[in-house]
Design a protein around this ligand. Structure first.
Ligand code: NAP
Length: 246
């Protein structure tokens, strides 16, 4: 186990990629603090992880709300005494063409996907700086580098995460904290199941490996970045997309 004794916070740990990341971190021995907005789904995911032997704290929180994020980090510190790994995974889509995009759609996506990353990063920095070490891993997306019609809000947020990752990496490198981004292509989760089947097929036809990825495949990359083996990697965007973008 590569993460024995480490403590991780995973936002959006109740479903999809976040849940797979939580499982993989737990398998490697990390204790977990998970947050999401839907308490029922969150507690179900936490109970399943605990049943497999993991130490899990579940706190209902919206990453767009700074005070709620502070409570998650305080709760983690109270229960486990440190925070070594932050996985900024919580994300939503509100797709629309630019001409039709409503202010609410823009704001919802930017608040959760980009401001949420800012809130969580700021909240863990004090304990990580004190510990003189930590790992921050931000979920961006292939569309943050490629662009995507109908997703200007989401693409702007994901491109923003890449900039935030690089700025933060430079700011905290001297304290032994690494900050990296993982950019998945299309992964089998509720987020992509919401796309209409014709669109899913069109995307699949453009992926050299011929299929969507799995949440578990993304989780393996996150675990690697969280481990000591990735100590010399910071400020990078690691792509995992079946060859869709190269
Ligand atoms: P998902 O299945 O829709 O799960 C999203 C998770 O985030 C859920 O646990 C959700 O729980 C939580 N969440 C959403 N808004 C939140 C908020 N404001 N505060 C706290 N938690 C929140 O999504 P996914 O496909 O696993 O995506 C995970 C991350 O990977 C996202 O950042 C996404 O943009 C990125 N990504 C996904 C793909 C893909 O193809 N699936 C590709 C590239 C990047 P609640 O709804 O209960 O809050």
């Amino acid at each position: 186990m590569t993460l024995h004794g480490k403590v991780a916070v995973v936002t959006g740990g109740s479903r999809g990629i976040g849940r797979a990341v939580a499982c993989a971190l737990a398998r490697e021995g990390a204790a977990l603090t998970l947050c999401a907005r839907d308490r029922v789904a969150l507690e179900k995911a936490a109970a399943e992880l605990e049943a497999s032997g993991a130490q899990v704290l579940a706190i209902q929180a919206d990453v767009a709300q700074a005070p709620q994020v502070e409570q998650v980090v305080e709760g983690c510190l109270e229960r486990f005494g440190s925070v070594d790994i932050l996985v900024n995974n919580a994300g939503i889509t509100r797709d629309n063409l630019l001409l039709r995009m409503k202010d609410e759609e823009w704001e919802a996506v930017l608040s959760t996907n980009l401001k949420g990353v800012f809130h969580c990063t700021r909240a863990v920095l004090r304990p990580m700086l004190k510990q003189r070490g930590g790992r921050i891993i931000n979920l961006t997306s292939v569309v943050g580098v490629m662009g995507n019609a109908g997703q200007a809000n989401y693409v702007a947020a994901k491109a923003g995460i890449i900039g935030l990752t690089k700025a933060a990496a430079k700011e905290v490198a001297s304290r032994g904290i690494t900050v990296n981004a993982v950019a998945p292509g299309f992964i089998e989760t509720d987020m992509t199941h919401a796309l209409d089947p014709g669109r899913q097929e069109e995307i699949r036809s453009k992926i050299p490996l011929g299929r969507f990825g799995t949440p578990e495949e993304v989780a393996e990359l996150v675990v690697f970045l969280a481990s000591d083996r990735a100590a010399y990697i910071t400020g990078q965007v690691l792509h995992i997309n079946g060859g869709l973008w190269m």
